[in-house]
Design a protein around this ligand. Structure first.
Ligand SMILES: NC(=O)C1=CN([C@@H]2O[C@H](COP(=O)(O)OP(=O)(O)OC[C@H]3O[C@@H](n4cnc5c(N)ncnc54)[C@H](OP(=O)(O)O)[C@@H]3O)[C@@H](O)[C@H]2O)C=CC1
Ligand SMILES: O=C1O[C@H](COP(=O)(O)O)[C@@H](O)[C@H](O)[C@H]1O
Length: 502
């Protein structure tokens, strides 16, 4: 890993405090950080280098995964940090920054490798990229990289504009678009799950699969982000990026080789094959909804429109579900159901793959279909629900084969992604083509919502979504699996018992 300068725009913000500093520190403790490194934090407020280092230390004490705060350990880490005041709109501030960066490169004898992390509001992305170019900061004898946070655009047009602006200063292979779901360990394991298990590889196609269900349910509400969320909704906040990324990772074919280019090429092919929607047809395949007051874990929860900062007339979606078809020879005829929502019964991100019942006997005896269950968070697990004969009763009973990964103290998504960016590995960052294809697919849905062509449904906080999301599957003869309060071991046990009782 080459030494570098890590330039952090938005160093006084929430994301830096909760995720970026702790990720850097954990990488440092795990010896996965370039040595030496220069870190330059930027924000508008006036603070000294010493105050900034204290601020970083506080963030580590509150949010670091590993607790190692002896002065001889934390001291050298903090010593790498400097701070400079910068207003994104002021080119002079960038020229001043260029001096600080160059001076530190000389002091530490660093090559001119510069990583720019934009942890600021999206309206600053283009101007910052432009000023990096104009000030000479981006003209180096080493490499330069840009890490950019979501949201990447607000719709197809704005995403294209943003990309065109960024590409005046950075080439595609220098841009690392963060989608933190791609940093989750189970998502990263999806491709090797099939690759390392020919038995699964053979089965994951339309000959054997009845449907695929992808869920990301959250118990939290809009939190302190009313201003952003009420304009974004579940469709832009979760669906266009995280959910479609999970779809691509789940449905892609085996890449020819495990390289960033090949993996991203296969992901792109999935998005190219997803059957486009027309805005007039959105209501048939998409369910949008908003939460009303309810209870979560026995505690009362207010409705979305009563959340601080949300207008009582808001028709924003806090839940979205869709039925998608992938028109390629592997997945032709297999519906993919995707849903995500806030204030639902449980926090759970998971993929459930339902196998077809192939024999008449299976159907006649109403046996449980086989399920491949991939739990992404908060638990990480892969399990297979199969039917087996109980040697004592002679009955066929569902049994679960679990492939537990020990719950070690595994690195957080931001740690993995920043480490990959340090090494120049872009596999688990979103390529522009993936982002563009996702916005293109989502665009008719945005238009249908705007033109009220799809009704807004309601669901109770603490539920599993509106009735319409259940009828969406019922129409096809399916139902959502593991849809009760929790996806725990107990839940799977009781599922087995329910099926047995049928
Ligand atoms: N927070 C989160 O959990 C997540 C955030 N994101 C994304 O990360 C980015 C940052 O979010 P977050 O940290 O929450 O935002 P905050 O509002 O907490 O912080 C914004 C940062 O930007 C700086 N800033 C504001 N205006 C300017 C300006 N004109 N010029 C230079 N710097 C400026 C602020 O500096 P100062 O305060 O000193 O003025 C502050 O450091 C956003 O794109 C957000 O969408 C993505 C996923 C999750
Ligand atoms: O990007 C986002 O993700 C979080 C959910 O992330 P998770 O890792 O906890 O599953 C979501 O709460 C937030 O609204 C969204 O912006």
């Amino acid at each position: 890993m080459e030494s570098m300068t890590f330039v952090l725009f938005g160093a006084t913000g929430d994301l830096a405090k909760r995720k970026i500093f702790p990720a850097l520190y954990n990488l440092y403790l795990d010896q996965k950080i370039p040595k030496p490194i220069s870190v330059i934090g930027l924000g508008r407020r006036e603070i000294s280098d010493q105050e900034f280092q204290k601020y970083v230390e506080q963030s580590l004490r509150s949010f670091s995964r590993q607790e190692a705060f002896d002065q001889e350990i934390i001291g050298p880490f903090l010593e790498a940090f400097r701070y400079s005041v910068l207003d994104a709109g002021n080119l002079e501030d960038f020229k001043k920054l260029e001096n600080i960066v160059s001076q530190r490169e000389k002091e530490l004898n660093l090559p001119e490798n510069r990583m720019f992390y934009l942890s600021v509001a999206p309206e600053y992305f283009s101007v910052i990229a432009n000023h990096i170019k104009e000030s000479g900061l981006g003209t180096t004898k080493g490499w330069k990289r840009l890490i950019i946070e979501k949201p990447f655009g607000h719709d197809l047009k704005s995403a294209r504009e943003l990309n065109s602006n960024l590409s005046k200063a950075f080439k595609e292979d220098e841009i690392y678009r963060i989608d933190h779901y791609l940093g989750k360990s189970m998502i990263q394991s999806l491709e090797s799950l099939a690759f390392a298990n020919p038995v699964l590889q053979t089965l994951l196609n339309n000959k054997h699969i009845a449907n695929v269900q992808i869920t990301a349910s959250e118990t939290v509400g809009v939190e302190e982000r009313a201003g952003y969320y009420d304009k974004s909704g579940a469709i832009r906040d979760m669906f266009q990026n995280h959910m479609l990324q999970i779809l691509m990772m789940t449905a892609m074919n085996m890449p020819k080789s495990i390289s960033p280019d090949e993996i991203r090429k296969e992901k792109r092919k999935v998005m190219e094959s997803v059957r486009p929607l027309k805005k007039e047809g959105v209501r048939q395949d998409v369910v949008r909804a908003q939460y009303k007051a309810g209870k979560i874990n026995g505690e009362p929860v207010i409705s979305y429109i009563n959340e601080p900062g949300i207008k009582e007339t808001s028709e924003n979606d806090t839940f979205i579900a869709a039925r998608l078809w992938i028109d390629n020879p592997f997945w032709e005829g297999v519906p993919f159901y995707i849903r995500t929502g806030k204030r639902m019964a449980a926090k759970s991100t998971r993929i459930v793959i339902e196998f077809k019942k192939t024999s008449k006997k299976e159907k006649a005896e109403r046996l449980n279909p086989n399920l491949l269950i991939i739990e992404i968070s908060p638990n990480e697990n892969v399990s297979l629900l199969i039917n087996s004969r109980n040697p004592i009763s002679g009955k066929i009973e569902p049994a679960k084969i679990s492939l537990f990964t020990e719950q070690m103290d595994i690195p957080e998504a931001y740690e993995r992604l920043i480490y990959d960016a340090f090494r120049g590995d872009s596999t688990f960052f979103a390529h522009w083509k993936e982002v563009e294809l996702s916005w293109k697919w989502v665009q008719p849905i945005l238009e249908a919502f705007e033109e009220n062509l799809a009704p807004l449904h309601y669901y109770l906080a603490g539920s599993t979504g509106p009735e319409a999301v259940h009828s969406l599957l019922r129409e096809d003869g399916f139902h959502w699996w593991l849809d009760e309060d929790d996806v725990t071991e107990d839940r799977l046990e009781s599922l087995s018992e329910d099926l047995l009782a049928q």
